[in-house]
Design a protein around this ligand. Structure first.
Ligand SMILES: [Zn+2]
Length: 598
C-alpha cells in the first residue's frame, strides 16, 4: 500500500487555514493571537478550546484534547489519517502524491468509490427531481407537496423528487448511462434481494445532503396505495458515503443560521424541517430515520447553547422528547420544547396559519423542566401518592442529567411545588434513588473516544516531549542517545517520530505534528506545547534527562560485561584473550561512568 508523501502532508498542513477549518465546526472568537470557542470534545459553556494559527494547532485546556488541522478533521469526521489529508488537500487545492510516486490503490479505491457513489446519488437526485417537477408521472406527488404548502422555491432548494412506480425503470436508466451491474448492486439504490428492483418506488424523495451539500442518501415518503403494507418513510441503509446516525438532514442549509443564532431546532422528520426553513426559521435539522444520537448532537454542540425539540405530541413523540432532553442535557446543552397547537405538525401549521404562527410557537417554546413537569403530571396524574411517586421517579432522571448543583436543587424545589410535597421528602427520595442506582453507571459522553492506547507519561517520554516544546533540544539528544537507550515503548516511538523528522530535515513543531499520524502521540505533544510543564528551562531538563539515561545505559552495559566475564575460563588462552578484551571495554565504561558521575 502506498503512503501519502511527507511533502504532500506538509503542504496540506501549511495550506490549510486551521482557524477556518475548525470554524466550520465550532464558533470561534479571536482573543489576542489565538481563537477561542467551546470545546467540541467535551461539554462546556465557557470556552476553553483554543486555536493558535501561529503554531497551527488546537488545544483544549479543559479536556487536554489537541492536535493539528489534520487530526481535527480526523476526530470530527471520524475518518483515518490518509482520508483526512486527502479531504484537506482537496479543499486547499493540493495535489496528493505518494511515497513511491505511484498510487495508493486501497485508499484511492475507497476514496474513488465514495466519490463515485456521491456522484451517482447526485445524478439520481437530479433525475428524481426532474420526474417530480416536469413529468406526468410525478404530478400527483408534486400536487401533494404543493397542497401541503411547499413553494417551488423550497422544492428546488431541497431538490425534492419522485421515484417512479416501475421498480425496473431505475436499473434500465442507469445501465443506459453505462453504470456497471456490480457498482449499482452495492449502491443501496436497489433491493438487496432483487438487484434489478429499485429500493425506492412510487415515493416522494427527500435527498439527504452531507455538510458540503452533496447528496449522499435518500429518504422516501409513501403517498398512495395500500399504505398499511408499506412503511410511511423508508431510508437509505448505511453506505460508504453515508452513516445514518452521524448525519443531520438539512444541516448543510442550516449551518450558518445555527452558528449565528446559537440554537438549533431538532425536528421529527424532513417535512417538518422543510416547513421551518420555508418559514424563514432556517436553523432546523432532522435526525431522519433514527432517534437522535450522541454523534448527531456532536455535530451541532460546538455552535449552540440551546436545542429546541420539535417532535410529535403523540405518545411516541413524548417518549422521544424525554429521551432527547436527557441526551442534550448530558451534553451540557439547554433544552426547550416547542408545542404545536392547532395542527398535527409544523407543516400543517405553516399551511393553515402561515409562517408567523410557527415563529410564535418557537418563541413560546417551554423550558424543558416545565414541559416535563406538566407532561408527566398529565401522564401519571398527581392526585394520588402513586402518581406523585411516578412523576418524581421520571423527573429524577432529568435532574440527574443536569450538570450544575444549583440547577439540580432548583428543579427538586420546583418538583416539590408541583407535587405539593416538602423539599425534604423530595431530596430524601432523590438521594435514596441515587444510592440504589449507584451500581448502574450513568452514561456520560466521553471526552475522547476510547480504543486508542493511552500513553503513560513516564520520565523518558517527558524528556522527548521537552524536545517537542523546543525542538533544538532534540538535535542535542540525538547526538547522545539512540532509540535503544530508552526503555518505555512510548519513548521509543516518540524518539522514532522525532528522529524521522530530523533525518528529513523538518524538525519544527509544525512539521513534527504534520507527520505524526498517531492521534494519541499528537495529543500529548500538543498538550506539552500548551502546558508549559517544563518551565522556562527545557534545555536543562533535557540535558539532565540525557545524562541520566546515558548513565543508566552505561551501567547496563557494564553489568552485561561483568556477567559475560564470569562465563570465561582463565585457564584457556582463548578465554584469557576474550577476558582481556572484555576487561578493557569494562574499564573504558568505568572511566566514562566515573567521569560523568562527578
Ligand atoms: Zn475539551
Amino acid at each position: 500500500m502506498a503512503i501519502i508523501s511527507r511533502e504532500t502532508i506538509e503542504q496540506v498542513n501549511q495550506a490549510s487555514d486551521i482557524v477556518s477549518v475548525v470554524g466550520e465546526y465550532v464558533s470561534l472568537e479571536q482573543r489576542g493571537s489565538s481563537w477561542w470557542g467551546c470545546c467540541p470534545f467535551h461539554s462546556e459553556k465557557t470556552p476553553s478550546f483554543s486555536v493558535t494559527p501561529d503554531k497551527n494547532i488546537y488545544y483544549c485546556f479543559g479536556c487536554h484534547e489537541g492536535g493539528n488541522v489534520i487530526k481535527f478533521v480526523m476526530e470530527m469526521e471520524k475518518i483515518k489519517f490518509p482520508e483526512a489529508v486527502t479531504l484537506l488537500a482537496k479543499k486547499a487545492g493540493v495535489e496528493v502524491k505518494f511515497e513511491d510516486g505511484g498510487s495508493d490503490d486501497s485508499q484511492r479505491a475507497v476514496d474513488n468509490t465514495k466519490e463515485m457513489y456521491i456522484d451517482l446519488y447526485n445524478r439520481v437526485a437530479g433525475t428524481f427531481h426532474y420526474l417530480l417537477v416536469q413529468t406526468n408521472d410525478g404530478k400527483f406527488a408534486l400536487d401533494y407537496i404543493k397542497k401541503r404548502g411547499l413553494t417551488m422555491e423550497t422544492i428546488e432548494k431541497f431538490k425534492l423528487g419522485y421515484a417512479p412506480s416501475d421498480r425496473h425503470w431505475l436499473k434500465r436508466f442507469l445501465k443506459s448511462k453505462n453504470f456497471g451491474d456490480d457498482f449499482l448492486e452495492k449502491s443501496g439504490l436497489f433491493s438487496e434481494k432483487y438487484p434489478d428492483s429499485a429500493f425506492f418506488s412510487d415515493r416522494l424523495m427527500f435527498p439527504i445532503f452531507d455538510r458540503r451539500g452533496q447528496v449522499v442518501a435518500f429518504s422516501g415518503r409513501f403517498l398512495r396505495g395500500n399504505s398499511e403494507k408499506s412503511p410511511k418513510y423508508i431510508n437509505s441503509r448505511d453506505l460508504v458515503q453515508f452513516k445514518k446516525g452521524e448525519t443531520l438532514f438539512a444541516f448543510n442549509f442550516a449551518k450558518t443560521a445555527i452558528r449565528s443564532e446559537k440554537k438549533v431546532i431538532i425536528c421529527e422528520g424532513q417535512m417538518d424541517c422543510i416547513a421551518y426553513h420555508q418559514c424563514g426559521i432556517n436553523y432546523a435539522v432532522a435526525p431522519g430515520g433514527t432517534a437522535l444520537t450522541e454523534s448527531q448532537i456532536k455535530i451541532v454542540r460546538g455552535y449552540v447553547t440551546t436545542v429546541y425539540l420539535s417532535l410529535d405530541s403523540d405518545a411516541a413523540g413524548q417518549t422521544a422528547t424525554f429521551k432527547d432532553i436527557l441526551l442534550c442535557r448530558s451534553a451540557g446543552l439547554e433544552v426547550r420544547v416547542i408545542s404545536i397547537e392547532g395542527g398535527k405538525d409544523p407543516a400543517e401549521i405553516m399551511c393553515k396559519y402561515g409562517s408567523e404562527k410557527l415563529a410564535q410557537a418557537v418563541a413560546a417554546a417551554a423550558a424543558d423542566n416545565e414541559y416535563l413537569l406538566s407532561s408527566l403530571s398529565r401522564k401519571y396524574g398527581i392526585s394520588t401518592p402513586e402518581g406523585k411517586a411516578s412523576v418524581a421517579r421520571d423527573f429524577f432522571s432529568y435532574v440527574d442529567s443536569l450538570r450544575s448543583e444549583i440547577e439540580k436543587t432548583t428543579n427538586l424545589e420546583r418538583l416539590g411545588e408541583v407535587l405539593g410535597v416538602s423539599l425534604d421528602s423530595i431530596k430524601k427520595d432523590f438521594e435514596n434513588r441515587l444510592r440504589a442506582s449507584q451500581s448502574a453507571p450513568v452514561r456520560r459522553p466521553a471526552a475522547t473516544d476510547g480504543g486508542e492506547k493511552i500513553l503513560k507519561k513516564d520520565a523518558e517520554l517527558k524528556i522527548l516531549l521537552a524536545c517537542v516544546t523546543d525542538t533544538k533540544n532534540f538535535s542535542f539528544l540525538h547526538d547522545e542517545l539512540t532509540e535503544n537507550d530508552f526503555e518505555s515503548d512510548g519513548a521509543k516511538d516518540m524518539f522514532r517520530i522525532l528522529e524521522d523528522c530530523l533525518e528529513q530535515n523538518c524538525l519544527s513543531q509544525d512539521k513534527i505534528l504534520a507527520c505524526c499520524d498517531n492521534p494519541e502521540y499528537m495529543r500529548i505533544m500538543v498538550e506539552a506545547i500548551n502546558s508549559n510543564e517544563f518551565g522556562g528551562d527545557t534545555e536543562k531538563f533535557v540535558k539532565d534527562g540525557v545524562s541520566f539515561i546515558k548513565r543508566r545505559s552505561l551501567e547496563k552495559q557494564r553489568n552485561f560485561l561483568s556477567d559475560e566475564m564470569k562465563k570465561y575460563n582463565t585457564n584457556s588462552s582463548e578465554g584469557q584473550m576474550i577476558l582481556r578484551e572484555l576487561f578493557a571495554k569494562k574499564l573504558e565504561l568505568d572511566m566514562k561512568l566515573n567521569g560523568k558521575v562527578r
